[in-house]
Design a protein around this ligand. Structure first.
Ligand SMILES: CCC(=O)SCCNC(=O)CCNC(=O)[C@H](O)C(C)(C)COP(=O)(O)OP(=O)(O)OC[C@H]1O[C@@H](n2cnc3c(N)ncnc32)[C@H](O)[C@@H]1OP(=O)(O)O
Ligand SMILES: NC(=O)c1ccc[n+]([C@@H]2O[C@H](COP(=O)([O-])OP(=O)(O)OC[C@H]3O[C@@H](n4cnc5c(N)ncnc54)[C@H](O)[C@@H]3O)[C@@H](O)[C@H]2O)c1
Length: 332
């Protein structure tokens, strides 16, 4: 291992808050069994929050954000891994309470590591990252809830974002008729390329909100990484027995709801948490993402690559809600 290496770190001290690329050493990495040479990381909305003082993500400073990483095992400690094994990690404490993926090396608990499937390169794994994994978890829980293509159309909110773009790709690939909701009109053609059968503007969706406690039954299911007041409106227009997979908060943290869609239409509100998803399901979903569910169209058309030095620009874009597709960070 190199004596010193590059990392993007955030500081909060008497000089105030700052985020910068700097040279650090092994002593700056936390305890953990497995030393990894990081090849790629990615940019998620949560990483954007970690890069600003009011984000409420980082629990101590100085700190290396980055909730995703893919790399090679250098020192496996007493774990079952071997030097040279290709691994990835998303969630757990990574980039929140444990130094994350925005550095050339990371040291992690062995039980957080997923073996990177052969069908995914390190770059593809990070292009999928927490966002794509969250989409896969949303799809898995919707399928378990009884959703089939025959039940009707599926709405994806925040469709140009990381979770949303993967949802358009994967669900259309699985045979669903997908309608993509977006605030970015110029991206309509891109969304159709990813597999959307229809595109509805964010404004049109908001304007069509039901006046009372229930509206016309429209969607068999919704993949909702936006959250906020719109989620409360969508509950009113889910078809009988349908479900909404709620994963995000870009549109806000609060919504109003009544009991009626639940007790009169038997709908389900599925909470999606990628962070603490149990390892057996995690490995199964990653294996699916490398095969049958691989989001080939997003991987071909909607990936931007950044160096560590360019990372602050990518974090600003994701925080401004302007990101399209997925942003990967190249290390090493
Ligand atoms: C990749 C996954 C994602 O992108 S998920 C998006 C993650 N976003 C956030 O965590 C948003 C940042 N956090 C916040 O704005 C606030 O902490 C929220 C969640 C609104 C809670 O605020 P507030 O009610 O003021 O309470 P608090 O911050 O003191 O926390 C209360 C208890 O909740 C816990 N908590 C906090 N954040 C998380 C989280 N992300 N996951 C799980 N638990 C969380 C806190 O630890 C605290 O619990 P405790 O009292 O320490 O036991
Ligand atoms: N629950 C989980 O485990 C989990 C995992 C990953 C992401 N998330 C959450 O999902 C959300 C999306 O994450 P991402 O990485 O895909 O982010 P992203 O920035 O790539 O995508 C967000 C999308 O939402 C859109 N958007 C922004 N503000 C909006 C608003 N007010 N109304 C409607 N749409 C709006 C953006 O245009 C963008 O298309 C975030 O809130 C993130 O915290 C949760």
């Amino acid at each position: 291992m190199d004596a010193s290496f590059r990392a993007f770190r955030v500081h909060q001290d008497e000089q105030g808050f700052r985020a910068l690329v700097e040279e650090i050493g092994q002593q700056d990495l936390p305890q953990g069994e497995v030393l990894i040479k990081v090849q790629y990381s990615s940019v998620n909305y949560k990483d954007g929050l970690a890069s600003i003082p009011e984000g409420k993500i980082v629990q101590r400073y100085p700190f290396i954000p980055g909730i995703d990483l893919a790399g090679e095992v250098i020192e496996p400690g007493n774990s079952e891994f071997r030097p040279g094994d290709q691994v990835l990690c998303t969630g757990y404490g990574l980039g929140v309470s444990h130094e994350g993926g925005y550095a050339e090396y990371a040291r992690l608990p062995a039980e957080w590591l997923v073996r990177r499937p052969d069908g995914l390169s390190a770059k593809e794994a990070m292009a999928i990252g927490t966002a794509g994994f969250t989409t896969a978890l949303s799809a898995e829980l919707l399928l378990r809830s009884g959703l089939t293509p025959e039940k009707g159309p599926v709405l994806v909110t925040g469709a140009t974002g990381g979770v949303g773009s993967m949802a358009v790709d994967i669900l259309s690939k699985l045979g669903f008729e997908v309608t993509a909701s977006t605030g970015k009109a110029p991206q309509e053609a891109m969304l159709r390329d990813l597999g959307a059968a229809g595109v509805i503007s964010r404004a049109e969706l908001a304007a069509s909100a039901a006046k009372g406690a229930l509206g016309r039954e429209q969607w068999a299911a919704v993949v909702d990484p936006v959250g906020g007041p719109g989620t409360g409106e969508l509950l009113k227009v889910i078809r009988y027995g349908g479900a909404i997979a709620l994963s995000g908060m870009t549109g806000g943290g609060k919504f109003d709801a009544t009991v009626y869609p639940f007790i009169l239409r038997g709908i389900q509100l599925l909470g999606i948490d990628s962070v603490m998803c149990p390892m057996p399901l995690r490995q199964k979903l990653w294996d699916q993402l490398s095969g049958e569910w691989k989001p080939e169209r997003v991987l071909k058309r909607a990936i931007s690559e950044f160096s560590l030095e360019e990372l602050p620009r990518a974090l600003k874009v994701v925080l401004a809600g302007e990101a399209v597709g997925r942003q990967v960070v190249r290390l090493g």
